[in-house]
Each structure stands twice: as C-alpha cells, then as structure tokens.
Design a protein around this ligand. Structure first.
Ligand code: FMN
Length: 318
C-alpha cells in the first residue's frame, strides 16, 4: 500500500522486528506497560491498562513515559530499516505513520545501536568527572528534541534535591500498597521476562548514600558507597505536562538515555520525587520551571551491570 506521499506501509516482518527493539525500552519497575498495534494509518503504541501500578503511579504518568520510550525505539528501528516514521503523540497513544523513505542519519544509527546496550545502572559510579563537553551534548539533544535537562550543581542545590528524594522515598514506603507493588515487581528471578531481578536491583541502598535509590530488595549494602563528585545529577522534563506531553517526554528521555550510553555513560534513574505530587512541585519550583519535571537522573562512569529481560513481541502486539 502507498500513502499519499509515496511512502510504503510497513510489512508485518518490519513491524515485528521494530517491536522487538521497542520493548528494550526502560519502564517503571520493568512493568512493560505497552501494546503495539498496526492500524490503517500506521502503528499505534498505547498504555496497557492491565499493567498499571495504582499505588506507585496512580495517574499513569510513568506508564505513559515508558510507552513514549518504547515509541522512540520503534521509530529508530524503522529509521535504520530505511522505512522511517513521522511520530505524533495524542492523549492516549503515540501514532507512527510512514514517512518518505530516506537513509538513516548517523545519529539514528548511533542511538539505535545502543538500544540493546543501554541499561539502568544501580551500582556505585566512579569518581571520574563527566566532562562539561559531554553534558553539553546531552542538554543540546534534549533541547533539540523539545525537552529540558537541568544539571544540578554539587553543593546546596544537590543536597536540597537529595533531601527531597529521600523525603519522597520515605513517604512512598509508608504506603503498604506501594511496598506490595514494589515487592510484586522485584522478587522474581534474574531470568524472568519482567520486573527487576536481584542482579539488576543492585545492592540495598546504603543509608549514607546521597541520592536515595529505590530499594528493589537487592543483596546487603556492604561495600556500597556514595559516588564521589564526578557523576552529574540532572532533572529532565518537557514543555508540558498533559498525557500527550508525558508520552513525548518518554520519547525524549529514551533518546537521552541512548545518547548517554553512546557517550559511554552509565545512567541511574530516580522517580520517587516525581511520584509524590507535593515533592514534585517543590522540585519544579526550585528549578523555576513552568511544567512538571519527569525524572531525576544521574550520569557517570561505572562498569556495565545487568540486563533485564522483556516479554516477546507476540505478548505485546494487538
Ligand atoms: C518512568 C520511569 C521511572 C523509573 N524510576 C526508577 C527509579 O525510581 N529507580 C530505579 O532504580 N529505576 C527506575 N526506572 C528504571 C526501570 O526500573 C528500568 O528501566 C527497568 O527495570 C528496565 O531495566 P533497564 O532500564 O535496565 O532496561 C524507571 C524507569 C522509567 C521509565
């Protein structure tokens, strides 16, 4: 089938292969809350309501960010297959429609290559400083993708953000429903196709760590120490905070994480301060931003740790 601009609709093999890349995206608790469907006009990525986390993510924000991340992978996969997509986010879904065929750009190739290499890294980071030239590349890409990335300076600003992260984590952990969800998604085995297994979980957060990590119940914290001054902490968002913006945030986030991986950086994610509305508002005000922050990240250098698994495309198509 030809579209009005002469682009070909994707065949089933291209679609399934792209979904195989899409599901490598990060998602809250590795819950993989996405479904992919071929439509008359292209491909639709939407949230799978069966995978909701009502205590952790009552409004579905994190699920939408996760779906956006998967859509970013899907678009990169189609681009390197020389069957690129135009991407549009709507309140309930991301829609990909065939664009005029063209070769992939060098950046698309680089980011696509990292889809199977990137992972969340919960191990201690080295003291090695992240050079300003590297963080500038991250900030520039996020901005050209339509988002913002505020680097938090070491000193009072970082300590204030760390205190808010700790406060949010404590508040979340006081809710037995939150703890039950966390347990449900983190007590499986490393080879499970969903959730965060013991190896990916990293060591139990040490009470002395500056940025409170989410406790996925990993092994004891002996030997864990706080990263030194080298890693950078940043807060990420887009210019909007409606459901369609959250899907878009996921797209921008995933491209940021892939670029970070391409630059040799490890990334840790902290969403507790985003999940507690009053804390999220304090983070927004501290940054003088007009829209909600979507995630707190730390970038630095650390050996690769552990890849989590994914459900196969056949489980998420339709
Ligand atoms: C919206 C969102 C929020 C997340 N929040 C956290 C978090 O607070 N702490 C954490 O360790 N990982 C967090 N993650 C990372 C996921 O746990 C991770 O992506 C998932 O387990 C899959 O593993 P991978 O990223 O290594 O592929 C978050 C991911 C997303 C998309």
């Amino acid at each position: 089938m030809r579209t009005r601009r002469g682009a070909s609709m994707w065949d089933q093999d291209t679609f399934v292969s792209a979904v195989g890349d899409a599901v490598r995206a990060p998602s809250i608790h590795n819950s993989q809350p996405w479904r992919f469907r071929r439509t008359e006009g292209g491909i639709e990525v939407r949230v799978d309501p069966a995978r909701a986390l009502p205590a952790t993510d009552p409004d579905g924000r994190a699920a939408r960010v996760s779906c956006g991340a998967a859509a970013a992978n899907l678009a990169l996969s189609l681009a390197v297959a020389e069957a690129p997509a135009d991407v549009a986010t709507h309140a309930g879904a991301v829609h990909l429609t065939p664009a005029v065929p063209r070769p992939p750009t060098p950046l698309e190739r680089r980011l696509h290559w990292q889809i199977w290499r990137r992972h969340t890294n919960r191990s201690p980071f080295a003291d090695t400083a992240v050079a300003a030239g590297v963080t500038t590349q991250l900030v520039r890409q996020v901005e050209s993708d339509g988002g913002w990335l505020d680097l938090v300076e070491d000193g009072p600003d970082l300590h204030a953000l760390a205190a808010l992260t700790h406060e949010a984590d404590t508040e979340l952990r006081a809710d037995p429903r939150y703890l039950a969800e966390l347990r449900a998604w983190s007590t499986g085995a490393d080879q499970d196709v969903e959730g965060v297994g013991p190896r990916a979980a990293g060591a139990t957060p040490h009470p002395g760590e500056l940025m409170t990590r989410r406790d996925f119940g990993g092994p004891g914290h002996e030997g864990t120490r706080d990263p030194g001054r080298g890693p950078v902490v940043a807060v990420f968002g887009v210019h909007g905070d409606r459901p369609a913006d959250e899907l878009r945030a996921g797209i921008v986030l995933q491209r940021l994480l892939l670029l970070a991986a391409d630059l040799g950086l490890a990334a840790a994610l902290f969403s507790q301060p985003i999940e507690v509305p009053a804390v999220r508002e304090q983070v927004r005000l501290a940054l003088h931003r007009s829209h909600d922050p979507q995630l707190v990240l730390r970038f630095g250098y650390a050996p690769s740790t552990c890849f989590t698994n994914r459900r196969p495309p056949s489980d998420v198509i339709g």
